[in-house]
Design a protein around this ligand. Structure first.
Ligand code: SF4
Ligand code: SF4
Length: 287
């Protein structure tokens, strides 16, 4: 059976990816996945060598063939997104609903696949990494997340690997839902701030809605012990375990500058705390 740990945070910048980078060192026999496709940065720590690159196609792109168009104006009239003007489709405004394509009496509207990004299978010093890059201003990151996860699961099956560790996207939108459905365990990384608590609660609500087992890690807990206490209280009330508390430490930035996972860069207090966090996660996964 393949198990999947997904690491989430209510927003970006909580140190989530740095922790996932360290899990890549600590976990044995696993596949790493970067599902933060809008702002992928796990590769900056894991330094992958791309072995396979694949195109990602989002929604179809529609355009009007002016040689066939009889200029009846029906498409412009029907488009709810005001994407058609003077018998031209504005690709930025077009939402790809296909109404114009279906309604055109002259079959003058044509469609083609639109490349929105790429996804890769790579090798790193710590094992395989499946990751992706969404094109600038491209949407459909939820669909790309699904594709990346599917590729990782297929690879795990083929190579008899039983663990997938996923760096999830921030927030609670469609890509997050796409990355947590069907996962075995979620780790929510939060910080002791007002917005950190608010964002954590939103992710916890989402996990509870999808009935996913969840643990919390408080990063930079020592920056505000009062707010840390608040997080602990909320978690107790929700019956959510705190898997670890990580101190505020410049080592995160220093390791990032060297393109190294924190636990490989240093063996100090912070690395010890990350190792203990990983052990708690792993034990919870196998309970
Ligand atoms: S509905 Fe078809 S024929 Fe009519 S204006 Fe639009 S593209 Fe041209
Ligand atoms: S596909 Fe939909 S959104 Fe795009 S131009 Fe046609 S009707 Fe408008």
């Amino acid at each position: 059976m393949i198990q999947e740990i997904t690491v989430l945070s209510g927003k970006g910048g909580t140190g989530k990816t740095s922790l996932v980078g360290s899990f890549a060192v600590l976990a044995k026999d696993k596949i790493m996945v970067d599902c933060d496709v809008d702002a992928a940065d796990l590769h900056l720590i894991l330094n992958p060598e791309i072995e396979e690159a694949n195109d990602f196609f989002g929604l179809n792109e529609y355009f009007i063939n002016r040689d066939v168009c009889i200029e009846c104006g029906k498409c412009e009239e029907l488009c709810c997104f005001e994407a058609i003007k003077d018998f031209e489709i504005d690709v930025i405004s077009c939402e790809g609903c296909g109404i114009c394509y279906l309604a055109c009496p002259a079959s003058a509207i044509e469609t083609r696949k639109k490349k929105c990004g790429e996804w890769y299978i790579s090798e790193t010093k710590y094992g395989p990494l499946v990751h992706a890059k969404l094109g600038i201003a491209q949407e459909n990151s939820g669909k790309l997340v699904m594709e990346v996860r599917k590729a990782a699961k297929e690879m795990a099956q083929k190579e008899n690997i039983s663990l997938v560790i996923t760096d999830g996207p921030p927030g609670i939108g469609c890509p997050v839902i796409a990355s947590l459905s069907g996962t075995s365990l979620v780790l929510v990384v939060t910080e002791p701030t007002v917005s950190g608590i608010h964002d954590m609660e939103r992710v916890l609500d989402l996990c509870s809605h999808f009935n996913v087992k969840v643990l919390v890690c408080i990063n930079k807990f020592d920056l505000n012990l009062e707010k840390t206490g608040e997080i602990e209280k909320i978690c107790r009330k929700r019956n959510v375990k705190i898997a670890g508390k990580i101190t505020y430490d410049y080592i995160f930035t220093e390791a990032l500058i060297k393109s190294l996972p924190v636990v490989e860069f240093s063996d100090g207090e912070t690395s010890r705390r990350i190792k203990s966090l990983w052990e708690n996660l792993y034990n919870e996964l196998n309970r």
